[in-house]
Design a protein around this ligand. Structure first.
Ligand SMILES: Nc1ncnc2c1ncn2[C@@H]1O[C@H](COP(=O)(O)OP(=O)(O)OP(=O)(O)O)[C@@H](O)[C@H]1O
Length: 321
């Protein structure tokens, strides 16, 4: 593995009985990248992280993380990684500082080094003013920030985050991402995260879409959206049926009149709208142009949206377990 590769995965597989949770996964993550695994519930994201962090034994295949083989040298892998789980594993009765000191002791960090690292990390996640309060008095966002700080305490080369903002409100999600971006700017670290939030995947340098244990497609968020390639244009007109017919006949573009107006897809929506308005003989009241989203990408490759794949019982942004 080259020095610039933080995670290398070859033919990784996990089978539970007859159920294939992860199927022949191949992956390479360059050092210093923020890499996202996007997929619905049950796609195999947590199982993959579990294998990469040496917590779950693969059924087949191999992987190297932070320069070490997960099967041959699990202790070295563990020293090289930080891990933030979906569920909180903080001790609510201890303060932030005590939680971090406990972790530093687990890693056998010398006391003066630990003191310095703890102070710096509490600053990084802006918890210094509350460092002496018991964690049970913290909000969900503060706990998650503390968990991220704890994952970083032993200066890992790769930080794994399993659903870092699940269960947090939208404002707190934004704040967590501000912290992760600052972290990236201040430390040479690879961040590997799982998510089923589309907007979270947008923060990644590269990402993989996973579904039913398989890697569906991999690339940059912009590159993946480029594959879908078409903006969604929605028109409100004086006569939507007539407008849709006109779009089909004059431009040869598939257009449909529905409850929210006339919908069509075209590669350069903003460039197309002036031509469209000039050609249409019916009055145009409103036009919206929406670039492709990662959900369009998921739909393009799997035939369903992430929300459909998550199932109707799942709240869009709430805790799932
Ligand atoms: N210990 C286990 N025993 C049996 N099946 C399991 C086990 N762990 C996971 N699975 C199954 O493997 C599949 C992948 O699960 P995994 O938790 O990796 O998915 P995920 O993409 O992380 O989903 P979520 O976001 O809900 O955690 C699921 O169908 C799950 O039910």
């Amino acid at each position: 593995m080259s020095g610039r590769t933080a995670v290398l995965v070859e033919g990784l597989r996990k089978t539970y009985g007859t159920h294939e949770a992860v199927v022949d996964l191949d992956l390479s993550v360059a050092a210093g990248q923020t890499y996202g695994f996007l997929g619905p519930n049950g796609a195999g994201k947590s199982t993959t992280i579990g294998m990469l962090c040496t917590l779950i034994r693969p059924s087949a295949g191999r992987a190297e993380v932070a320069g070490h083989d997960i099967a041959r040298d699990p202790d070295a892998v563990r020293r090289g990684i930080g891990l933030v789980f979906q569920e909180s594993t903080l001790d609510g009765e201890l303060t932030a500082e005590e939680n971090l000191r406990f972790q530093a002791d687990l890693f056998g960090m010398p006391r003066p080094l630990a003191r310095r690292a703890i102070a710096e990390l509490l600053d990084l996640v802006e918890l210094t003013p509350r460092k002496d309060s018991p964690v049970r008095t913290y909000s969900g966002g503060m706990r998650r920030r503390l968990e991220i700080a704890r994952g970083l305490l032993h200066t890992p080369r790769v930080l794994f985050l399993d659903e870092p903002t699940t269960g947090l409100d939208p404002q707190t999600r934004v704040a967590i991402w501000e912290h992760l971006h600052r972290l990236r700017a201040e430390q040479e670290i690879t961040v590997f995260l799982t998510t089923h939030h589309l907007e979270e995947a947008e923060h990644c340098d590269r990402m993989a879409i996973m579904d039913r244990g398989q890697l569906v497609v991999e690339g940059t968020p912009a590159g993946l959206k480029g594959v879908v390639g078409a903006d969604l244009v929605v028109l409100r007109t004086g006569d939507d049926e007539e407008a849709a017919r006109s779009v089909r006949e004059r431009f040869g573009i598939e257009a449909e009149a529905g409850a929210d107006g006339v919908r069509l897809r075209t590669p350069d929506g903003a460039g197309f709208v002036p031509r469209l308005c000039a050609e249409l003989t019916v009055p145009v009241h409103a036009v919206t142009v929406t670039p492709p989203t990662l959900d369009d990408v998921f739909l393009h490759y799997t035939g369903r949206t992430i929300r459909e794949a998550d199932g109707p019982q799942q709240p869009a942004f709430g805790p799932r377990r």
